[in-house]
Ligand binder design. Structure first.
Ligand code: KIV
Ligand code: NA
Length: 277
């Protein structure tokens, strides 16, 4: 299918065609998502947790994200590829943020970069990256990189002050030059009163219907173990399938059922004889 462009995403918003976005962190999964027809693939810094085993997204490095992003890029032919700018790679200055964003475009082939937050310094970063000609996806509401400062991984926009901040930031990131907006963990009622003023496509996660949805692949595929956020729905039981596959393999090796003759190579009798000499 045709490559998804920013223009196509704008058209989808205008036509009220829901935009489908999912995370991926490796070649094989990205290719499966692309072939399934998702519109956007996000190389999320959630990879810090779901593929690298860290406790928070803040622990993943630019170098690690570059490896994941380049692998995803190689697996995607149609979807629009967005890469998260990890914590620490944009905080020092606009110049640092532009330098990081340029690396994800040049070294990993990102179509866009995503940056969390909508405070004054964040707006300056968004403006600087957009001015460099790189498509910026903003991310407001719950911003996991700075969740400690937000009081933990909890929904935003549930107090007057928090709802006011959310509304202000959602509009400000658009004015600063963001081309797309991710809203995470904000009550739909609060999102709904702000959306009419947002012209760019809005992708929600725990934020109501918006123009599209994003979920972490491991969550929606049923690979993530234990408790997941309220906004997660499991659409498959891939974790169970992987477990069953490994267990069946282990059983077959231990019982001698694997390998069978058909899993091996054959040699002519002369080669066997030569090996025995
Ligand atoms: O890193 C991530 O997976 C994300 C999505 C949840 C939006 O930022
Ligand atoms: Na993220």
């Amino acid at each position: 299918s045709a490559r998804v462009t920013l223009r196509r995403l704008d058209e989808m918003k205008a036509a009220r065609e829901p935009i489908v976005m999912v995370t991926a962190y490796d070649f094989a999964t990205a290719r499966l998502a692309d072939r399934a027809g998702v519109d956007m693939v996000l190389v999320g810094d959630s990879g810090a947790q779901v593929v690298l085993g860290h406790d928070s997204t803040a622990e993943v490095t630019v170098e690690e994200m570059l490896v994941l992003a380049a692998a995803v890029r190689r697996g995607v032919s149609a979807a629009f590829v967005v890469v998260d700018l990890p914590f620490g790679s944009t905080e020092l200055s606009d110049a640092q943020a532009v330098e990081t964003a340029v690396r994800f475009v040049k070294e990993a082939g990102a179509d866009a970069v995503k940056i969390e937050g909508g405070g004054a310094a964040r707006l300056s970063r968004i403006r600087a990256i957009a001015d460099a000609g790189i498509v910026v996806v903003a991310h407001v509401g719950l911003t996991p990189q700075t969740a400690v400062a937000l009081g933990g991984l909890r929904a935003q926009g549930r107090s007057e002050a928090s709802a006011e901040r959310f509304a202000r930031e959602a509009l400000a990131v658009q004015d600063a030059g963001a081309s797309l907006l991710v809203i995470e963990a904000v009550p739909a009622d609060v999102v709904d009163v702000v959306l009419p003023a947002v012209a760019i496509p809005v992708i929600g996660i725990g934020a109501g219907a918006a123009d599209g949805q994003v979920l972490v692949a491991h969550d929606l595929l049923g690979i993530t173990e234990g408790k997941t956020a309220v906004f997660v729905e499991r659409f498959a039981a891939v974790g169970d399938a992987i477990h069953a596959g490994f267990a069946a393999y282990a059983d077959a090796v231990r019982s001698g059922a694997f390998p069978a003759a058909e899993h091996g190579y054959r040699a002519p009798a002369e080669a066997v004889a030569a090996a025995a000499r």
